[in-house]
Design a protein around this ligand. Sequence first.
Ligand code: SF4
Length: 505
Amino acid sequence: MKTINIRQAFPEDWIRVLHNIANLFYEDTTIVHGDNEADMYFDLAYEVQHNYTVATSATMTVAGQTFTNTYEKQYDTAGTEKEVRIRCKRALSHVMLDCLEQFTGVTQEWGILTGVRPTKLFHKYRKQGMPEAEIFATLQADYRISDGKIELMKEIVERQLATIPDLDNIGREISVYIGIPFCPTKCAYCTFPAYAIQSNRKVGRVDTFLDGLHIEIREMGKWLTDNNMKITSIYWGGGTPTSIEAHEMDALYKTMFESFPNPETIREITVEAGRPDTITPEKIDVLKKWGIDRISVNPQSYTDETLKAIGRHHTVQETIDKFWLSRNSGMNNINMDLIIGLPNEGIEEFQNSLDESAKMQPESLTVHTLSFKRASEMTRNKDKYKVADRDTVAEMMNMAQVWTKEHDYVPYYLYRQKNILGNLENVGYSKVGEESIYNIVIMEEVQTILGIGCGASSKFVNPETGKIWQFHNPKDPAAYIMTFAESIDKKIEQLDELYNRQLVK
Ligand code: SF4
């Protein structure tokens, strides 16, 4: 834990940005001002010059050493007040990052970019008509992103456009997320709405939740039908949507297909079957009956001790068996998730995970980097979990990149999270042509995602202005049961506002 004194009194949102930069180098930094004692001190200055140049400088003093940096960028226009503030924050981040890199010797591959969706930035410049060389130069000079990461962004953007040729116009369609908030047990790193199914079933909460969910699917389906909306993709997540019984899944899919408009035109339906211990031949039959063939069977690791340590309650062998059961039953689009940096895992364990993946060759492989989410059991008891250092984590990410290339996978989406090990990223790889449409549209925020069920967030995207806002269904099944009717009304209000008043001319 480091205390950092930024001597100048900047506005709160500026300090937040600078705090994020400090957190790239140290866990849990505290920012203070003025004469307060600290581990390191920053003198930061900025100036907006008459020719629209923003100039910044930093002097960092730490343990008797001093590091300095200056940066300036000239803009073509004066910019609005808001734009000027953004320019200044970015320029200050630039000089602060440089000083911290000098002192620590750590190079931040993502530069000053601390946001979740780096590829969105690439798309933004592409849509503005910026030539590729200029996009590269801007990402390098203004954001300090490394060449390797920019190449990765470019490759992903190209794959996304090949997968969804109408990506830039898909905002008039909608995708749907449906959340089932139950799992067999809770994984130690998890902050998703995932409640133990057995205990909830005993008190009747699974039944009442499912009753509410049927109603919500029907009501939202009615709005979609009445308003002639086209559905691009549907994603069943949670929790683990296969933790309920086969007949319960069957009933839900029946309601979905009866309620949603023109199901035959939906481009993709995915059901997360993340926990291998929930997959049974009966449930696979139900998925096949409804023509759902994209599922996730998530190993996370192929080391039994790790699975035990993170509370997964299934074995490596069970993952392998359930993968082959699904494959041999005709599931022809299977995703598998791996996590880099799980407790006590290093190069050897990750190599083993890659070797095992090679035997199955799922259509897609999503490589996550462990992140310490605030509310997870792992973060609450951090001392109990020993994780790999920054260099080892980076090496594992590199191994994944090399392995996927060797096995004909291409990266097609990526996102970053707070407190992610090594300030790295999560990357979705797939065989060419097997990319998940849902993963792309949600990551690039190109269309509205209607959230149904527990913990489901609806993200409304105005296709004309790009404005985004959210509505969250409750995470807890008990709260959902009490409030789902109200949530339906609120969402319909938002949808009416977005699609009926603004777009119908
Ligand atoms: S299977 Fe997924 S949703 Fe369920 S507890 Fe584990 S990480 Fe959370």
